[in-house]
Design a binder for this molecule. Sequence first.
Ligand code: FES
Length: 319
Amino acid sequence: MTAPEGTVEVEVAARRVVANGVLEIELRPVDGTPWPGHGPGAHVDVHLPNGLIRQYSLLSASDGAQPAKIAVLKTDDSRGGSRFVHERLRPGHRILVSEPKNTFELGEKDAHAVLIAGGIGVTPLLAMARRLAARGASFEFHYRVRTPDRAAYATELAALVPAGALHVAADSDGSTFTPEDVLRAAGPNATVYVCGPEAFMEYVRKGALAAGIAADAFRVEHFKHEADTEGRPFTLTAARSKVTVRVGATETPAQVLDRAGVFVPTACEQGVCGTCVARVVSGTPDHRDVVLTAAEKASGSVVTLCCSRAATPELVVDL
Ligand code: FES
Protein backbone atom coordinates (compact mmCIF):
# COMPACT_ATOMS: atom_id res chain seq x y z
CA MET A 1 0.00 0.00 0.00
CA THR A 2 1.18 3.56 -0.65
CA ALA A 3 0.86 5.63 2.50
CA PRO A 4 -1.07 8.89 1.96
CA GLU A 5 1.06 12.03 1.96
CA GLY A 6 2.23 13.01 5.44
CA THR A 7 1.82 9.49 6.79
CA VAL A 8 4.17 6.54 7.18
CA GLU A 9 3.13 2.90 7.04
CA VAL A 10 4.69 1.23 10.05
CA GLU A 11 4.77 -2.24 11.50
CA VAL A 12 4.40 -2.97 15.18
CA ALA A 13 7.86 -4.38 15.85
CA ALA A 14 7.50 -5.01 19.58
CA ARG A 15 5.31 -4.34 22.57
CA ARG A 16 6.15 -4.51 26.26
CA VAL A 17 4.42 -3.57 29.49
CA VAL A 18 6.36 -0.74 31.16
CA ALA A 19 4.02 -0.10 34.12
CA ASN A 20 0.60 -1.09 35.38
CA GLY A 21 -1.72 -0.32 32.45
CA VAL A 22 1.04 1.17 30.28
CA LEU A 23 2.17 -0.54 27.09
CA GLU A 24 5.18 0.52 25.05
CA ILE A 25 4.91 -0.02 21.30
CA GLU A 26 7.82 0.03 18.87
CA LEU A 27 7.03 1.11 15.33
CA ARG A 28 9.20 0.59 12.25
CA PRO A 29 8.53 1.90 8.75
CA VAL A 30 7.63 -1.13 6.63
CA ASP A 31 9.63 -0.10 3.58
CA GLY A 32 12.83 0.11 5.59
CA THR A 33 13.21 3.84 5.09
CA PRO A 34 14.54 5.76 8.08
CA TRP A 35 11.97 7.13 10.46
CA PRO A 36 11.62 10.92 9.92
CA GLY A 37 13.91 12.78 12.34
CA HIS A 38 12.33 14.83 15.12
CA GLY A 39 13.19 16.64 18.33
CA PRO A 40 12.07 15.81 21.87
CA GLY A 41 8.41 16.56 22.57
CA ALA A 42 7.24 15.38 19.14
CA HIS A 43 4.18 13.20 18.69
CA VAL A 44 2.50 11.19 15.96
CA ASP A 45 -1.14 10.72 15.03
CA VAL A 46 -1.74 6.99 15.07
CA HIS A 47 -4.45 5.81 12.66
CA LEU A 48 -5.95 2.77 14.33
CA PRO A 49 -7.59 0.07 12.24
CA ASN A 50 -10.90 0.74 14.06
CA GLY A 51 -11.01 4.20 12.45
CA LEU A 52 -9.85 6.20 15.46
CA ILE A 53 -6.92 8.58 15.30
CA ARG A 54 -4.99 9.07 18.50
CA GLN A 55 -1.98 11.21 19.30
CA TYR A 56 0.95 9.74 21.17
CA SER A 57 4.29 11.25 22.11
CA LEU A 58 7.49 9.71 20.86
CA LEU A 59 9.70 8.54 23.69
CA SER A 60 12.94 9.81 22.18
CA ALA A 61 14.14 12.45 19.80
CA SER A 62 15.56 10.79 16.72
CA ASP A 63 17.82 11.55 13.82
CA GLY A 64 15.99 8.82 11.95
CA ALA A 65 18.29 5.95 12.86
CA GLN A 66 16.30 4.71 15.85
CA PRO A 67 12.86 3.06 15.73
CA ALA A 68 9.97 5.12 17.04
CA LYS A 69 8.42 4.17 20.35
CA ILE A 70 5.21 5.32 21.99
CA ALA A 71 3.61 4.38 25.31
CA VAL A 72 -0.12 4.00 25.75
CA LEU A 73 -2.07 4.06 29.02
CA LYS A 74 -5.18 1.91 29.01
CA THR A 75 -8.04 4.20 29.96
CA ASP A 76 -11.78 3.84 30.26
CA ASP A 77 -11.97 5.83 27.06
CA SER A 78 -15.41 5.08 25.66
CA ARG A 79 -14.19 5.67 22.11
CA GLY A 80 -11.78 2.79 22.52
CA GLY A 81 -8.41 4.09 21.29
CA SER A 82 -6.24 2.85 24.12
CA ARG A 83 -8.31 -0.28 24.52
CA PHE A 84 -7.69 -1.17 20.91
CA VAL A 85 -3.94 -0.66 21.30
CA HIS A 86 -3.81 -2.82 24.43
CA GLU A 87 -6.12 -5.59 23.36
CA ARG A 88 -5.71 -5.87 19.61
CA LEU A 89 -2.49 -4.32 18.35
CA ARG A 90 0.15 -7.03 18.05
CA PRO A 91 3.66 -7.33 16.58
CA GLY A 92 3.41 -7.67 12.82
CA HIS A 93 0.33 -5.46 12.51
CA ARG A 94 0.68 -2.63 10.05
CA ILE A 95 -0.82 0.79 10.67
CA LEU A 96 -0.48 4.33 9.40
CA VAL A 97 1.00 7.07 11.51
CA SER A 98 1.56 10.70 10.68
CA GLU A 99 5.05 12.02 10.31
CA PRO A 100 6.26 13.39 13.65
CA LYS A 101 4.83 16.77 14.64
CA ASN A 102 6.15 18.94 17.42
CA THR A 103 3.94 21.39 19.26
CA PHE A 104 5.90 20.99 22.49
CA GLU A 105 9.43 21.92 21.63
CA LEU A 106 12.29 21.94 24.08
CA GLY A 107 14.17 25.24 24.20
CA GLU A 108 17.78 25.22 23.07
CA LYS A 109 19.10 27.53 25.73
CA ASP A 110 16.96 27.25 28.86
CA ALA A 111 18.94 28.33 31.91
CA HIS A 112 17.13 25.69 33.92
CA ALA A 113 14.27 23.41 32.86
CA VAL A 114 11.60 22.05 35.19
CA LEU A 115 9.83 19.02 33.73
CA ILE A 116 6.54 18.13 35.41
CA ALA A 117 4.68 14.97 34.43
CA GLY A 118 1.27 13.75 35.52
CA GLY A 119 0.85 10.02 34.79
CA ILE A 120 1.26 9.05 31.14
CA GLY A 121 2.23 12.68 30.45
CA VAL A 122 5.71 11.41 31.24
CA THR A 123 6.24 10.35 27.62
CA PRO A 124 7.27 13.61 25.90
CA LEU A 125 9.12 14.68 29.03
CA LEU A 126 11.17 11.47 28.98
CA ALA A 127 12.34 12.45 25.48
CA MET A 128 13.21 15.91 26.83
CA ALA A 129 15.07 14.44 29.80
CA ARG A 130 17.11 12.32 27.41
CA ARG A 131 18.09 15.38 25.38
CA LEU A 132 18.81 17.53 28.45
CA ALA A 133 20.94 14.79 29.99
CA ALA A 134 22.89 14.40 26.75
CA ARG A 135 23.52 18.16 26.76
CA GLY A 136 24.56 18.18 30.41
CA ALA A 137 21.89 20.82 30.98
CA SER A 138 20.51 21.98 34.31
CA PHE A 139 17.08 20.43 34.92
CA GLU A 140 14.80 18.79 37.44
CA PHE A 141 11.96 16.33 37.00
CA HIS A 142 8.74 16.03 39.00
CA TYR A 143 6.61 12.98 38.26
CA ARG A 144 3.21 12.40 39.88
CA VAL A 145 1.38 9.10 39.49
CA ARG A 146 -1.72 7.65 41.05
CA THR A 147 0.00 4.57 42.47
CA PRO A 148 3.69 3.60 42.47
CA ASP A 149 3.14 0.74 40.02
CA ARG A 150 2.04 3.27 37.39
CA ALA A 151 5.35 5.12 37.34
CA ALA A 152 6.47 4.10 33.85
CA TYR A 153 10.13 4.85 33.04
CA ALA A 154 11.03 5.79 36.61
CA THR A 155 14.19 3.67 36.38
CA GLU A 156 15.25 5.27 33.09
CA LEU A 157 14.64 8.71 34.57
CA ALA A 158 16.75 7.92 37.60
CA ALA A 159 19.69 7.34 35.27
CA LEU A 160 19.07 10.55 33.32
CA VAL A 161 18.10 13.21 35.82
CA PRO A 162 20.85 14.92 37.88
CA ALA A 163 21.30 13.55 41.40
CA GLY A 164 18.64 14.78 43.78
CA ALA A 165 16.61 16.39 41.01
CA LEU A 166 14.15 13.55 40.31
CA HIS A 167 11.01 13.56 42.43
CA VAL A 168 8.62 10.68 41.81
CA ALA A 169 5.58 10.50 44.09
CA ALA A 170 2.23 8.74 44.12
CA ASP A 171 -1.14 10.09 45.20
CA SER A 172 -1.74 6.78 46.98
CA ASP A 173 1.16 7.55 49.34
CA GLY A 174 -0.74 10.55 50.64
CA SER A 175 2.03 12.86 49.43
CA THR A 176 1.15 16.29 48.14
CA PHE A 177 2.56 18.28 45.26
CA THR A 178 2.58 22.07 45.44
CA PRO A 179 3.69 23.50 42.10
CA GLU A 180 3.97 27.00 43.50
CA ASP A 181 6.63 25.89 46.02
CA VAL A 182 8.48 23.80 43.45
CA LEU A 183 8.56 26.61 40.91
CA ARG A 184 9.43 29.30 43.42
CA ALA A 185 12.42 27.19 44.44
CA ALA A 186 13.37 26.75 40.77
CA GLY A 187 13.51 30.51 40.38
CA PRO A 188 12.11 33.02 37.89
CA ASN A 189 14.56 32.01 35.14
CA ALA A 190 13.24 28.48 34.95
CA THR A 191 11.39 27.23 31.88
CA VAL A 192 8.59 24.85 32.79
CA TYR A 193 7.37 21.93 30.66
CA VAL A 194 4.20 20.16 31.75
CA CYS A 195 2.28 17.20 30.37
CA GLY A 196 -0.51 15.24 31.99
CA PRO A 197 -4.26 15.28 32.50
CA GLU A 198 -5.92 18.61 31.81
CA ALA A 199 -6.81 19.30 35.45
CA PHE A 200 -3.24 18.54 36.49
CA MET A 201 -1.82 20.95 33.94
CA GLU A 202 -4.23 23.63 35.07
CA TYR A 203 -3.19 23.07 38.68
CA VAL A 204 0.45 23.47 37.72
CA ARG A 205 -0.33 26.53 35.62
CA LYS A 206 -1.91 28.26 38.62
CA GLY A 207 1.14 27.39 40.71
CA ALA A 208 3.44 28.77 38.02
CA LEU A 209 1.49 32.02 37.92
CA ALA A 210 1.69 32.35 41.69
CA ALA A 211 5.43 31.61 41.58
CA GLY A 212 6.01 34.36 39.05
CA ILE A 213 6.91 32.16 36.08
CA ALA A 214 6.45 34.18 32.88
CA ALA A 215 3.69 32.95 30.56
CA ASP A 216 6.15 32.29 27.73
CA ALA A 217 8.30 30.16 30.06
CA PHE A 218 5.37 27.84 30.75
CA ARG A 219 4.89 25.17 28.09
CA VAL A 220 2.23 22.47 28.08
CA GLU A 221 1.33 19.59 25.82
CA HIS A 222 -2.39 19.51 25.35
CA PHE A 223 -3.16 16.50 23.27
CA LYS A 224 -3.61 14.16 26.21
CA HIS A 225 -6.86 15.99 26.75
CA GLU A 226 -9.74 13.59 27.11
CA ALA A 227 -12.82 15.68 26.56
CA ASP A 228 -15.82 15.08 28.77
CA THR A 229 -18.37 14.79 26.00
CA GLU A 230 -21.46 13.81 27.94
CA GLY A 231 -24.35 16.01 29.05
CA ARG A 232 -27.99 16.89 28.54
CA PRO A 233 -29.52 15.84 25.18
CA PHE A 234 -30.13 18.68 22.72
CA THR A 235 -31.38 19.33 19.22
CA LEU A 236 -28.79 20.07 16.58
CA THR A 237 -29.45 21.43 13.11
CA ALA A 238 -26.97 21.48 10.26
CA ALA A 239 -28.45 24.49 8.48
CA ARG A 240 -27.01 24.14 4.99
CA SER A 241 -27.63 20.40 4.91
CA LYS A 242 -31.17 20.96 6.25
CA VAL A 243 -30.72 18.11 8.74
CA THR A 244 -31.94 18.18 12.35
CA VAL A 245 -30.88 15.52 14.82
CA ARG A 246 -31.17 14.79 18.50
CA VAL A 247 -27.81 14.45 20.28
CA GLY A 248 -28.19 11.98 23.14
CA ALA A 249 -26.53 12.28 26.54
CA THR A 250 -23.58 10.08 25.62
CA GLU A 251 -23.26 10.92 21.94
CA THR A 252 -21.20 13.61 20.25
CA PRO A 253 -22.59 15.99 17.60
CA ALA A 254 -20.10 14.59 15.07
CA GLN A 255 -21.26 11.02 15.66
CA VAL A 256 -24.94 11.86 15.30
CA LEU A 257 -24.48 14.07 12.24
CA ASP A 258 -22.33 11.40 10.65
CA ARG A 259 -25.11 8.83 11.12
CA ALA A 260 -27.55 11.26 9.53
CA GLY A 261 -25.30 11.58 6.49
CA VAL A 262 -23.74 14.96 7.28
CA PHE A 263 -19.97 14.69 7.00
CA VAL A 264 -18.03 16.28 9.84
CA PRO A 265 -14.25 16.18 9.33
CA THR A 266 -12.53 14.94 12.49
CA ALA A 267 -9.02 13.92 13.52
CA CYS A 268 -8.29 13.91 17.26
CA GLU A 269 -11.93 13.57 18.42
CA GLN A 270 -10.76 14.99 21.74
CA GLY A 271 -11.15 18.71 21.28
CA VAL A 272 -7.50 19.31 20.60
CA CYS A 273 -6.85 19.78 16.91
CA GLY A 274 -9.64 22.02 15.59
CA THR A 275 -10.46 19.89 12.52
CA CYS A 276 -14.16 19.73 13.40
CA VAL A 277 -14.81 23.42 14.16
CA ALA A 278 -18.09 24.73 12.74
CA ARG A 279 -19.65 28.17 12.76
CA VAL A 280 -22.62 28.62 15.09
CA VAL A 281 -25.74 30.13 13.53
CA SER A 282 -27.86 30.19 16.68
CA GLY A 283 -27.88 28.75 20.17
CA THR A 284 -25.08 28.69 22.74
CA PRO A 285 -22.31 26.09 22.68
CA ASP A 286 -21.16 24.29 25.81
CA HIS A 287 -17.46 24.13 24.99
CA ARG A 288 -15.61 20.97 26.00
CA ASP A 289 -12.46 21.40 23.89
CA VAL A 290 -9.07 22.91 24.58
CA VAL A 291 -8.40 24.12 21.06
CA LEU A 292 -10.59 27.23 20.84
CA THR A 293 -9.23 30.36 22.47
CA ALA A 294 -10.99 31.90 25.45
CA ALA A 295 -12.19 34.71 23.16
CA GLU A 296 -13.60 32.27 20.60
CA LYS A 297 -15.38 30.37 23.34
CA ALA A 298 -16.78 33.54 24.85
CA SER A 299 -18.03 34.73 21.46
CA GLY A 300 -20.09 31.57 21.02
CA SER A 301 -19.59 31.87 17.27
CA VAL A 302 -17.81 28.55 16.73
CA VAL A 303 -18.00 25.07 18.21
CA THR A 304 -15.99 21.85 18.06
CA LEU A 305 -18.41 19.15 16.96
CA CYS A 306 -16.28 16.20 18.09
CA CYS A 307 -16.81 16.85 21.76
CA SER A 308 -18.70 20.03 22.62
CA ARG A 309 -22.40 20.26 23.33
CA ALA A 310 -25.13 22.90 23.61
CA ALA A 311 -25.96 24.99 26.65
CA THR A 312 -29.32 25.79 25.03
CA PRO A 313 -32.00 23.25 24.03
CA GLU A 314 -31.12 23.85 20.37
CA LEU A 315 -27.96 24.59 18.46
CA VAL A 316 -27.79 25.46 14.77
CA VAL A 317 -24.47 25.20 12.94
CA ASP A 318 -23.37 26.27 9.48
CA LEU A 319 -22.85 22.87 7.91
FE1 FES B 1 -9.99 17.57 16.82
FE2 FES B 1 -12.58 18.06 17.06
S1 FES B 1 -11.63 16.61 15.80
S2 FES B 1 -10.99 19.20 17.88
